[in-house]
Design a protein around this ligand. Structure first.
Ligand code: TEU
Ligand code: CA
Length: 546
């Protein structure tokens, strides 16, 4: 057998993302909390996951639901206490589940002590933790825009300077050129490492090397120096999962982050596939139909081009619409079939899979009729901006329904009782109306549910070195809407076929002949003759060859 390079635990596990605000409320205030998560750990154990990426639970005024942190070493009041957090880490550890903390260090809240100090005067010791510039011709320093609308520069009356913010004005960007700031970050990370966490998911980490004066935001010149310095000062000698969120990653620069020889991160989230349904020069709200051939091209490229690096695999997160509604089919007829198709395509690829809460039961997008139902700062700001520019209300609401972040943030649907079992009170965001049909309880009772397809795939990865380490080989000469690939090593071969289409598609793969050894499938076939086979809508399966 071929020599394998060193194996890390994070290469063979599946990670589950929890958005705490919407996962499980334990005290009836309508907001999910840490005690609620502890209550549901057994459920996650049953699913088979071995790590949890926890979206931010730190103290925050919630301008961006916890992605605006006012104290990295304290817990958001609504979510509980540091004691609860310690209990969560311990309880999860007992079940062999590691907690991956969200590390949001591109910016803080404007209510963070550092910024409160920095704002006091130009000579305050914390002033340089942030990015300040003088006005240019009594105007903003330059044309850079913030992700959540408007200029990236906010005028500060008191000092007569502007501060820089790539997200909302309540999220001032940190100045990574300042070594004292960097040391403060290492200290804070070590505080969490000492608590026994399993790693970090690093929010918009490709932005920390920004050079605003040169209009550089992502992939700045010192980005990788900072990551190497971080590695050396914090988790470098620990056995941790570190994953960077990098919207600007390409296969070339992604290898830089995750090549073990460079001592940076375990892997990054790349978003190339996720941007395929937006107009090339537009924003995510400018909708375009997905071309499945392009999706295959992008995913296959990432499977084969990261030579010394490692992939992360995901369809969903708290910023993205629900995949079954987005590129699948959430009608009664095909929701289950298409959700299983996404599971099969993704979990058979090479890399570390991430499951976003509710994905495993096929939760769908939430249709809003009016902006008053929306909580997300990104959608609300975009709405105001586009309405002011003359867009039609229906069109803007349509974009929000297709792409808005609240789609993924409605409460987790646990059962068919009051508010889907999420809370005994009134939830902070509406529960989707379909909760009587789509919920965890009914999924667990139905052996053909999406849940068990995820469970099967997650367990397969635990048992099969081939799924973790095997080569990825594309099978060519199939229709454009059909995914076909093999995973193989010297011991095993798995054939993966998925019809990404609500129409039938025929495949002719005489080299595979008749196959009967199904590992998982969404139509419960007993046998397929691949010499000439007509795939039903969304039909997908994995067979083991020989
Ligand atoms: O997201 C990064 C980011 O760029 C998002 O604004 C993204 O572009 C958008 O949501 C896609 O529509 C991270 C977090 O995941 C997100 O929740 C935060 O709002 C953001 O950073 C700021 O911390
Ligand atoms: Ca609560």
């Amino acid at each position: 057998m071929k020599e394998r390079r060193s194996e890390n635990w994070w290469q063979s596990v599946v990670v589950y993302q929890i958005y705490p605000r919407s996962f499980q409320d334990s005290n009836g205030d309508g907001i999910g909390d840490i005690k609620g998560i502890i209550k549901r750990l057994d459920y996650l154990k049953k699913l088979g996951i071995e790590a949890i990426w926890l979206s931010p639970v730190y103290k925050s005024p919630n301008a961006d639901n916890g992605y605006d942190i006012s104290d990295y070493e304290d817990i958001m009041t609504e979510f509980g206490t540091m004691q609860d957090m310690d209990k969560l880490i311990k309880a999860a550890k007992k079940l062999n589940i590691k907690i991956i903390m969200d590390l949001v260090v591109n910016h803080t809240s404007d209510e963070h002590r550092w910024f409160v100090e920095a704002r006091k005067s130009k000579t305050n010791p914390y002033r340089d933790y942030y990015i300040w510039r003088d006005p240019v011709n009594s105007q903003v320093p330059n044309s850079l825009k913030a992700s959540f609308g408007g200029s990236a520069w906010k005028y500060d009356e008191k000092s007569g300077q502007y501060y820089f913010h790539l997200f909302s004005e309540k999220q001032p960007d940190l100045n990574w050129e300042n070594s004292e700031l960097r040391n403060s970050i290492w200290e804070m990370m070590n505080y969490w490492i000492d608590k026994g966490i399993g790693g970090f998911r690093m929010d918009v980490i490709d932005l920390i090397g920004k050079q605003p004066d040169k209009l550089v935001t992502a992939n700045g010149p010192h980005l990788h120096d900072y990551l190497q310095e971080m590695n050396a000062n914090t988790f470098g000698d620990k056995d941790m999962l570190t994953v960077g969120e990098t919207w600007g990653a390409t296969p070339q620069n992604a290898s830089k982050y995750s090549d073990p020889k460079r001592h940076e991160l375990s892997m990054v989230f790349q978003f190339e596939h996720s941007m395929l349904d937006q107009e090339t020069n537009g924003e995510k709200w400018d909708l375009k139909r997905l071309d499945v051939q392009k999706l295959k091209d992008v995913l296959y490229k990432w499977q084969t081009s990261l030579k010394n690096g490692w992939n992360s695999l995901f369809w969903n997160n708290h910023d993205l619409p629900r995949i079954v509604s987005r590129w699948g089919n959430d009608s009664d007829e095909y929701r289950v079939k298409s959700a299983k198709m996404f599971a099969i395509i993704l979990h058979m690829m090479k890399g570390t899979p991430y499951v976003y809460q509710g994905e495993e039961i096929g939760m769908t997008n939430y249709p809003v009729k009016d902006i008053s139902e929306v909580d997300d700062i990104e959608s609300i700001n975009m709405y105001k901006e586009r309405i002011a520019r003359g867009y039609k209300k229906e069109d803007v609401i349509h974009s929000i329904n297709v792409k808005g972040r609240d789609n993924a943030r409605t409460p987790m649907q646990w059962d068919d009782k009051h508010e889907a079992g999420f809370t005994t009170g009134d939830p902070w965001l509406h529960v989707n109306n379909n909760y009587k049909k789509i919920n965890v309880l009914s999924a667990l009772q139905d052996k053909n549910s999406i849940f068990y397809t995820y469970q099967t795939l997650i367990n397969l990865r635990k048992k099969s070195k081939t799924v973790v380490w095997g080569d990825f080989v594309e099978i060519k000469d199939v229709p454009k809407n059909v995914f076909a690939y093999e995973r193989k090593d010297d011991e095993h071969r798995y054939l993966v076929i998925a019809n990404f289409d609500r129409e039938k598609n025929s495949i002719q793969l005489p080299q595979y002949g008749i196959q009967e050894n199904f590992i998982v499938s969404n139509y419960n076939e007993m046998s397929v003759d691949l010499t000439n086979y007509t795939l039903k809508p969304y039909e997908s399966f994995v067979v083991q060859i020989n």
